[in-house]
Write a protein that binds this ligand. Structure first.
Ligand SMILES: [Zn+2]
Length: 268
């Protein structure tokens, strides 16, 4: 059974790029007879706000996007589907990763990872205690290792993985872990995502292979081009400068029309 997913993160109002991704996923699934899971990525609960969750359901409804599995609304999310209910599962996976001996504690702050003069993290050599407070957990990857996967259209991709964080300093499992755990748990077979997540795909495949009974190696991926803005910027999954619901400034029909143009232009 083919299963794909819509995976919004409720840390901001959805932007046009998010909606195009949902529409593309929905069209693909309905044309191919795949089922759709709605998975709301709310593990990072400090950034979640009720109005962002409302915005997800309102947007999907306005665009006539339906799904076969997952929460029917905010109450069902809270009751049954929130990632908070699967924290134990994510921690089990982190434990399994720890047992591979490939994790090391990293004391670098988030700022130093993303700053202008990006210092190279040398924490692997320091052998800090993983149980020390305030440490993030990083997964050691092979030097210059490349992960291969094929997309829906049969295009082979070859993407490098470097060491990355699997547990944040605040103890929250990183996106890579929650995403791969959920995709395994729900048995997702097809993933439609923007090109900005190519690196995530490589990381998630790498993680999956380290865990018992790899699943994602059989999954197929479609990495679509990002929506280009008039000024040349690109709307990635995480670009969140939508200050109010998009439906306040565009009608559903306008969104659907511009999606059709974008889809035709990119031959998706
Ligand atoms: Zn470090």
């Amino acid at each position: 059974m083919m299963l794909t997913r819509l995976a919004p993160t409720p840390s901001g109002f959805l932007h046009l790029g998010n909606l195009f991704n949902f529409l593309l996923t929905w069209h693909w699934a309905r044309e191919q007879g795949a089922r759709i899971l709605l998975r709301i990525d709310d593990a990072d609960s400090a950034r979640v706000r009720p109005e962002y969750i409302q915005d997800i359901f309102r947007s999907l409804e306005a665009l006539n996007i339906d799904w076969d599995m997952g929460p029917s609304g905010p109450d069902a999310l809270e009751r049954q589907w929130s990632q908070r209910h699967r924290i134990g599962l994510y921690n089990d996976r982190l434990q399994a990763l720890r047992e591979t001996g490939k994790l090391y504690a990293c004391s670098c702050s988030r700022k130093s990872h993303t700053g202008q003069n990006q210092p190279v993290c040398a924490c692997a050599k320091e052998a800090y205690d993983l149980d020390e407070k305030g440490m993030s957990w990083k997964l050691q990857c092979g030097q210059g290792e490349k992960i291969s996967f094929s997309d829906f259209l049969g295009h082979a991709q070859d993407y490098p993985v470097e060491d990355f964080i699997v547990r944040r300093r605040d103890g929250i499992p990183a996106y890579q872990v929650t995403s791969v755990t959920d995709d395994r748990y729900f048995r997702v077979t097809h993933i439609v995502r923007g090109e900005d997540l190519l690196e995530s795909t490589a990381r998630q495949l790498y993680l999956d292979k380290l865990l018992p009974e790899p699943w994602l190696s059989n999954a197929r991926f479609l990495h679509h081009p990002l929506l280009t803005l008039p000024k040349g910027g690109k709307l990635s999954k995480s670009a969140g400068y939508q200050s109010e619901p998009l439906l306040n400034s565009m009608t559903a029909q306008e969104i659907l029309d511009s999606f059709s143009n974008w889809r035709a232009l990119n031959q998706l």
